[in-house]
Ligand binder design. Sequence first.
Ligand code: NDP
Length: 322
Amino acid sequence: MKAIVVHQCGGPEQLHYQEATTPVAGPGQARVKISHAGVNFIDIYFRMGLYKADLPMIVGMEASGIVESVGEGVTEVAVGDRVAYAGPRGSYAEYAVVPAWQLVKVPAGVSDSLAAAAMLQGMTAHYLTHSTFPLQQGHTCLVHAAAGGAGQCIVQMAKRRGARIIATVGTPAKAELAREAGADEVILYDEVDFAAETRRLTEGKGVDVVYDSVGASTFLKSLDSLRPRGMMVTFGNASGPVPAVEPLLLNAKGSLFLTRPTLAHHIATREELLWRAGDVLSWIANGDLKLSIHHTYPLSDARQAQEDLAARKTTGKLLLAV
Ligand code: NDP
């Protein structure tokens, strides 16, 4: 099969479109013939070596497709099922072998491309807004990179839960997208001090929660944007990883809560996976959640897709058509 393989961690030039061995489903596993693979920032962290994996590796952690074969003991899916998943690595490829319990059947009314686009960023937005800090009416949240793939999903789900949303973005065009997704206020954080502006927009109080996927460049000012006893959710490193933090800093900034969550721990059981994926896919099917696909690249252009994502050139979701 064709796949995108990394033999050595480094820049985008380390993504090689080449022949690879077609995997075989073992007990409890299913082989998926991939239709679309999602491109996510985490794929860049693995390629760079910021997140560790054994080499060589096939990149990519999200896809949709058809179950082509199943191993012994599989009960969750059957050959011919249209499925999607997020988590197991190896999706930038024609085939992937995935633990069957991690596959979700895609409902009629959700296309293969939307299913691939929904799983990782959609379920991330779901756990952030429903579990990490369950938003309610009366809450105000600050969402960074709000026109991005994860960002647009967070804004829509925060809106659905009745929260007031202050969003940050890099350009005026992205500000428009954040507003369309439901942001009440939008700050151009490359031009304006977002902590001062957030204080102004909240009459000096600060927000209840910050969802911060940008990392190094926003972390400290995100703390300054919170109300006393507010929650700092640092869930990504788009500008680089956040350096070590002294617990006393959280005291000085207002008895803050700090968490660094990841999706895997929020879809660790089949029950929780089906809850989150079920919500996300049904909201897409009934039009309550809108995913904007920035661009669909051929599998062979995975390098270009990652370069565009890392260069802040994109909004919404990037896909690879396999
Ligand atoms: P995005 O589509 O959000 O792209 C990243 C965006 O981050 C850019 O478009 C840009 O928006 C902003 N950004 C700010 N500074 C930089 C920088 N120096 N370099 C690159 N981008 C920058 O990507 P994803 O939706 O795939 O992921 C968003 C983030 O969420 C990532 O950090 C990812 O790791 C994290 N994530 C975490 C998960 C978890 O469970 N912990 C799961 C899923 C995603 P702008 O121009 O508006 O600033």
